[in-house]
Design a protein around this ligand. Structure first.
Ligand SMILES: Cc1cc2nc3c(=O)[nH]c(=O)nc-3n(C[C@H](O)[C@H](O)[C@H](O)COP(=O)(O)OP(=O)(O)OC[C@H]3O[C@@H](n4cnc5c(N)ncnc54)[C@H](O)[C@@H]3O)c2cc1C
Ligand code: SF4
Length: 403
């Protein structure tokens, strides 16, 4: 294997539309940096002579989520067909009212990070936050205090490559990332993994969608944006941008995610087997209130997260954080969580159909061993067939932007 192999292999993953934009390859090969593609997604780009050796290439082959994602089987966990491995399941929120308010749902991930760094149990946390000076962009950040954790609270529906942060894989830290980033870090680090936190994820929208939304909501082109957040400061909270001259524009979660951001999600996320953070020690999602048909109702209220412990290490963390009064918990069943997550349910049960349709249409796909996708699809044979046909047609027509 040549020293340049990570560069070539990453380029192949990108050109075949399999790249998630996680950034892991840039941590393995110093010649690679993440840069914005014309479509507004982050992709590895070679900016110098390749230096990585065979060990880095072997790690890339094992851990790049554009090549494969392996379903985890942690000790003692029961596998739920939609939610993956579960050792404990709760509705949960941060007991610190500021953290709960800033968080995307219950602020639980921020509360855990803030507690872990404040007690010195970890040397640092890694998450994602608005770029200093340009809050329309999102960057990975290092967190060493409660205030820094608070500043990184809330979901950011835009590209950011957390697995490429220099501290993301450090065994003495805690890293919060999207399911693909956490899967990459788990596969790359094995028994030396940091504590890994993740969240339910419907996919990464294009950066262009954020920029367009800010413009369409009426922010003057010549006014610098001082602050931008996608959610939080309420549940679900509003997409909000604040300009230097005091202009404030905003949109509800339904309008911002549903109409502007969600539709621009990259192709790789549409064939993702894991929207629920299966490789994490602890994963959180929205524990939505729903209408009589089971669809989420987005009425502003105090945030509540669904919280899953997936590993013995994660279960221990959740129990200790609750005992220390950092988070409040109420035990629920994984079926309660799956019931309020229609997107995750439908996506997983029809994914095998989507993969078959894409494959028949000529798309190159990552491998996803252990997720039981075939069994799930068989239980919804007609819907899976419809999905396969639709995906085949869309991929053939080139409607799915696969880059
Ligand atoms: C792109 C995206 C899609 C999502 N899709 C769903 C969904 O389909 N269903 C659902 O229930 N929930 C979804 N969420 C997650 C949800 O919004 C909450 O993050 C989750 O409920 C945890 O809430 P919390 O209040 O505990 O997290 P918080 O306390 O707000 O902490 C969130 C943590 O995530 C980090 N973070 C924020 N944005 C990103 C990012 N883009 N990449 C990596 N790390 C980031 C922050 O730095 C912070 O550490 C999505 C989030 C994102 C970013
Ligand atoms: S999926 Fe991640 S590791 Fe693989 S090529 Fe893309 S950025 Fe690199």
């Amino acid at each position: 294997m040549s020293a340049g192999s990570v560069v070539a292999a990453a380029a192949d993953v990108v050109s075949s539309g399999r790249c998630t934009g996680c950034g892991l390859c840039t941590a393995l090969e110093p010649a690679l940096t993440m840069t914005a593609s014309a479509e507004g997604y982050l992709r590895p780009h070679a900016a110098g002579a390749a230096t990585a050796g065979p060990a880095a290439f072997a790690t890339f082959r094992t851990a790049c989520p554009g090549l494969r994602v392996v379903a985890q089987r942690p000790a003692g966990a029961v596998r739920h067909p939609v939610l993956g491995p579960v050792l404990g399941c709760w509705e949960a929120w941060a007991t610190d009212p500021d953290v709960r308010e800033r968080g995307s749902s219950g602020g639980v991930l921020t509360a855990l990070q803030a507690w872990l760094v404040a007690t010195g149990e970890v040397a640092r946390a890694v998450g994602a936050a608005a770029a200093p000076g340009e809050p329309r962009r999102t960057v990975p950040v290092r967190i060493v205090s409660r205030d820094e954790a608070l500043a990184a609270a809330g979901s950011r529906y835009a590209p950011v490559a957390v697995a490429g942060h220099p501290d993301a894989a450090a065994p003495d830290g805690v890293t919060t990332g999207k399911p693909c980033e956490v899967a990459a870090l788990r596969a790359a680090t094995g028994p030396d993994a940091p504590l890994l936190l993740s969240f339910f994820c419907a996919g990464t929208p294009s950066q262009h969608a954020t920029d367009r939304l800010v413009h369409d909501l009426g922010m003057p082109a010549d006014e610098h944006v001082d602050e931008l957040w996608y959610r939080g400061r309420g549940w679900p909270g509003r997409f909000t941008a604040v300009g230097a001259a005091g202009t404030r524009v905003s949109a509800s979660y339904d309008e911002s995610w549903g109409d502007a951001l969600g539709p621009s999600v990259q192709w790789r996320c549409k064939i993702c087997p894991d929207g629920v953070g299966e490789s994490a020690d602890v994963a959180a999602g929205d524990f939505w209130r729903t209408d009589e048909r089971g669809y989420p109702v987005f009425v502003e209220t105090a945030g509540v997260s669904a919280l899953l412990a997936r590993t013995p290490r994660g279960l221990d963390l959740v129990r200790r954080a609750a005992a220390a009064g950092v988070i409040a918990l109420r035990e629920i069943s994984p079926d309660d969580v799956a019931a309020v997550q229609p997107l995750q349910r439908t996506r997983r049960t029809t994914l095998a159909g989507r993969l078959v349709g894409a494959r028949l249409a000529g798309a190159r796909l990552p491998r996803f061993p252990g997720f039981g996708l075939g069994r799930l699809a068989a239980s919804r044979a007609r819907q899976s067939l419809r999905t396969a046909r639709g995906t085949y047609r869309r991929v053939r027509a080139g409607a799915a932007a696969r880059s």
